[in-house]
Design a protein around this ligand. Structure first.
Ligand code: ADP
Ligand code: MG
Ligand code: MG
Length: 445
């Protein structure tokens, strides 16, 4: 984690190695290995060769983690790393406009003073959390967020507490949610190429969560947010659950109208429920209405659940053959549903509906979004119209609450924070002058 995963740690450790004459050969080798097995596929690299290189990298890693790592800890590079870690602990935010409102509190735009980086700060009111016994929910969301690291899922950068709130500082998504884009932008529904693009990105987000055995369980347009470039991320992991290896869960969890039949029926279920969710999402983006209910139709819970478990959804002329075919994600039987064959989503990604998507490029962030939000436009209903979040009175905090707050109040998430330092150029700037002095065979990146 210190020398490979954490971006600043990695940079400083490599700078240290380059500065050691006896390690330069190893570093050149490492550079070659990484260069060749990186993002670009080389068709002439055989599987066997790849294995050899993988083994070589592991050997190299082991070597560097022994004496060189010990020496590193006595070096000024490591001192500097510790200074960065100290800075990582400090948290100073400036607060801007209200972005939205959730079950336990508000979400505000905020900015890190030191770097200028913008984030969304989700504030949970301690009183509301306690009154509605949301402690486990809140902690669950925070801990799952800490675990994910994907460009298609909202990331957690910091978490801390104030006297009255618990705060999660998240990736800023300023382009509004998909619900707004489907219904409030003039025409109802989205163009085919946008449907395909968003579905593909959600698909990548889901596979990331599923690799970590996290069932998301709440896929719906409202929870898919756009950033300023028009890329989407899955947000709101409040209902997500971590499955233990191979296990299934039970639980009537999700949003009415989007829950999979097996959830409604009270059966045990696993990751498959999210592929149903993706089906609902693709359907709704295309049709401009959810699959089992008219746009403004008021349906009783029982009736809606009956339709989901028993009735066949209908497709109008907006659906071409391929969209209709990908909507077999809405197969009521999870065993026959697309995505649920145990291939980790590969069968979904290779469906003809996605034939124009290059998933490797998409995952590397190399594909431009089909629609870029206008930075002057606010993509949500007027938040000022929504009532102030009322404060809860008469809630007494106890030692047990303090225990919970402590678990929550863990400060910066190293990966996110160090990426911020790199991306905003702060690292270069502060590390700069000493860096040139030490450059001797240094890294050019
Ligand atoms: P809850 O779990 O209480 O429903 P959400 O996480 O859904 O809370 O957040 C509530 C609202 O705040 C969202 O509907 C959205 O409008 C806004 N919001 C949440 N996260 C972000 C974010 N990362 N960037 C921008 N706005 C956000
Ligand atoms: Mg929400
Ligand atoms: Mg939530």
């Amino acid at each position: 984690s210190l020398c490979v995963k954490q971006p600043i740690g990695k940079e400083l450790f490599q700078q240290f190695c380059w500065a050691q004459p006896d390690l330069q050969n190893y570093m050149t080798l490492l550079k070659d290995l990484v260069g060749q097995t990186g993002t670009r596929m080389q068709p002439n690299v055989t599987f066997l060769l790849k294995c050899k290189k993988f083994k070589l990298r592991k050997e190299l890693h082991r070597f560097l983690s022994q004496e060189p790592f010990n020496k590193y800890q006595d070096s000024m590079f490591f001192d500097r790393f510790l200074q960065w870690k100290k800075l990582e602990r400090s948290k100073l935010f400036r607060q801007y406009r209200l972005l939205g409102k959730g079950g336990f509190g508000e979400v505000w735009a905020c900015q890190v003073r030191a770097t200028g980086m913008m984030y969304a700060c989700k504030k949970l009111d301690k009183g509301h959390v306690k009154r509605r016994r949301g402690e486990n929910l809140a902690l669950n969301e925070k801990q799952l967020l800490e675990e994910v690291d994907s460009r298609f899922v909202v990331n957690l950068a910091y978490s801390y507490e104030t006297k009255r709130t618990l705060c999660m500082v998240l990736t800023m998504m300023s382009g509004g949610d998909l619900k707004f884009h489907i219904y409030n932008m003039g025409q109802r529904g989205l163009d085919r190429n946008r449907v395909c693009f968003y579905a593909a990105e959600v698909c990548c987000g889901l596979t990331h969560l599923h690799e970590k055995l996290i069932a998301y369980r709440d896929l719906k347009p409202e929870n898919i947010l756009l950033d300023d470039k028009g890329h989407i991320r899955i947000s709101d992991l409040g209902l997500a659950v971590k499955l233990s290896e191979g296990r299934l869960v039970r639980g009537h969890v999700g949003t009415l109208g989007y829950m999979a039949p097996e959830v409604i029926n009270g059966h045990k279920y696993g990751l498959c429920v999210d592929w149903w969710g993706l089906g609902c999402l693709i359907y709704e983006m295309t049709a401009g209405k959810p699959p089992f209910k008219g746009r403004k139709e008021n349906v009783m819970r029982q009736e809606l659940e009956l339709r989901i478990t028993k009735e066949q959804e209908t497709y109008d002329e907006k659906f071409d053959e391929e969209v209709k075919s990908i909507c077999t994600l809405l197969n009521k039987n999870p065993k026959e549903r697309l995505g649920c064959s145990g291939s980790g989503g590969r069968d979904v990604k290779s469906h003809p509906f996605f034939q124009e998507i290059n998933f490797r490029m998409l995952e590397a962030g190399l594909i431009e979004a089909p629609f870029t939000p206008d930075p002057r436009h606010v993509y949500c209903s007027d938040v000022q119209d929504i009532d102030e979040f009322s404060t809860v009175r008469g809630v007494v905090h106890t030692d047990k609450d303090d225990q919970f707050y402590k678990q929550f109040n863990t400060g910066s998430v190293p990966l996110s924070w160090q990426n911020e330092m790199m991306e905003t150029g702060c690292f270069k700037e502060l590390n700069g002058e000493k860096r040139t002095a030490l450059k001797e065979g240094g890294t050019e990146r």
